[in-house]
Design a protein around this ligand. Structure first.
Ligand code: ATP
Ligand code: MN
Length: 462
């Protein structure tokens, strides 16, 4: 018999129908000759209640092995449930155990486990409510992101994971090498990469932006959505060593339209989530972080505040609030500052623009004041920065000068400079960290719990 997904049973009016379900037993409860199973197949957070009574096996009690964690195929009839929790339940006629899960060894017991413990069993944590919901939300959000760009004619470009240039300096990079680590060839104290796989130093990418620009400067509207790597030595709840980034890049686009697109984009994917992940979002709202749903709904209705960095520094300077890090024009904003602005001052997302050139990347377009660049960071309550973007410098001379001023070698950027040499256009883009997004929309505290297999400094359990 064909498998019916539990999600479809819950969504439709299937009472009276015969069906076969397959899944894992979440819990089992026995009372007065009747057993109840809570069955989950991952298609929804909801469990299907299976009733095993006298109709099953002519009244024989179900096997002991039918315990938490075992996998089963169950056929029977869907009936309306007497319980308050559910409208429908399955009256079992036949049960086949596919795989047992010995109770004394199964690491997931009924009680709630801590997220720390569950990180140690990352191979089993998708069988819990929280991680099942995170996985479904990640999947739906990925789809919404692709749909947003696809509807607007953006082309999805696959930028490389292995790169030959430490272009952006966005963070420390991981080296990719086949050199013998026990005996690294050196040349006058420096590592000699000439015998390495690529014949030069190679790294894992920290961003697909620079390569993305090459495609935007030909196809106009593009985006990337792929893994990025940063050897972040920071043990925070917001940093991973491997994370996914969404980076749209748009030609013939200035910073104002860049902000408009970013704002519309966030609202679109939040709306999609509220419309399509109701059950999972109800779970996050009631069990993980009260108010996340309302928060998202409010953001969708709001219009993002747009202020300059200079104004942000003024706001931070005149408040009585105490900060750990100093506030001064020219210094980067720390997460505590960002949160003060978005949570306390405005109570909604804030876009900060025109940062001092010294604290931003070399490729950002210089303003006429010669001190600030056309950067834009989007800050959201509870998290701080969620998006970083800018209008890119499109003037060859100015870009080259910025590279030189920063002590970099223009020759390393020859292809990037070519984009300004031949048919240069104003263009802009931004980067959204996918896991920061998932953290934000689910209310999950730690970024390690919104990616299936987290990679962080000193942690690589799987
Ligand atoms: P932060 O100051 O929080 O470290 P950043 O300035 O290094 O961020 P960008 O280089 O602008 O960030 O990267 C773009 C986006 O990627 C950020 O807005 C954020 O959402 C995400 N991001 C950056 N670093 C990480 C990381 N280590 N783990 C997960 N997401 C990250
Ligand atoms: Mn960083």
């Amino acid at each position: 018999m064909k498998r019916t997904r539990i999600r479809d049973i819950m969504a439709g009016d299937a009472i009276g129908q015969e069906c076969t379900v397959q899944g894992w037993v979440r819990t089992r409860r026995d009372s007065k000759g009747v057993s109840f199973l809570e069955l989950n197949d991952g298609s929804t957070i909801k469990n299907l209640q299976v009733v095993i009574d006298e109709e099953y096996h002519g009244g024989a009690a179900p096997e002991q092995q039918l315990a938490n964690g075992c996998s089963v195929v169950i056929s029977g009839r869907l009936v309306s449930s007497q319980g308050k929790e559910q409208a429908v339940e399955l009256k079992a006629r036949s049960i086949e155990i596919l795989g047992e899960a010995p109770a004394e060894e199964y690491p997931l017991q009924k009680k709630r486990h801590s997220f720390e413990y569950l990180r140690e069993i990352a191979h089993l944590r998708p069988r819990t409510n929280t991680f099942g919901s995170v996985a479904r939300v990640r999947s739906e959000m990925s789809f919404a992101i692709h749909r947003f760009f696809h509807e607007r004619g953006f082309i999805y470009v696959h930028t490389p994971i292995i790169t030959g240039s430490d272009c952006e300096g966005a963070g420390d990079m991981f080296t990719v090498t086949t050199l013998p680590l026990e005996n690294v060839p050196k040349n006058g104290g420096e590592i000699d990469y000439s015998g390495d796989f690529f014949g030069k130093k190679a790294s894992l990418t920290v961003s697909g932006q620079l390569e993305g620009e090459t495609y935007a400067c030909a196809l106009t509207d593009i985006y990337t959505f792929g893994p990025t790597f940063r050897a972040e030595n920071s043990n925070t709840s917001r940093h991973l060593a491997e994370f996914w980034m969404i980076e749209p890049e748009m030609a013939f686009c200035d910073i104002t339209r860049n902000m408009d697109v970013a704002e519309e984009f966030l609202k679109y994917i939040f709306t999609y989530l509220l419309d399509h992940c109701g059950d999972d979002m109800d779970f996050f709202d009631s069990r993980i972080n009260r108010g996340v749903k309302e928060n998202l709904a409010n953001i969708v209705q709001s219009s993002f505040e747009r202020i300059t960095y200079t104004h942000a520094v003024e706001l931070l300077s005149k408040t009585q609030a105490k900060f750990e890090y100093p506030v001064q024009w020219g210094l980067d904003l720390q997460s505590e500052h960002e949160r003060y602005i978005t949570e306390t001052v405005y109570g909604k997302p804030v876009i900060i623009t025109d940062y001092p050139k010294e604290i931003k990347a070399f490729y950002m377009k210089l303003n006429d004041d010669d001190r600030t660049v056309r950067a834009m960071d989007i800050l959201v309550p509870r998290l701080g920065e969620i998006i970083g973007g800018s209008e890119r410098e499109s003037d060859l001379g100015r870009l080259k000068q910025r590279i030189i001023d920063l002590g970099l070698n223009p020759d390393d950027y020859w292809w990037y400079l070519d984009l300004r040499r031949f048919g240069s256009v104003p263009h802009s883009g931004f980067g959204l960290g996918f896991e920061r997004l998932i953290q934000f929309v689910t209310g999950m505290q730690n970024i390690r719990d919104v990616i299936p297999f987290p990679r962080c400094v000193k942690t690589l359990d799987f």
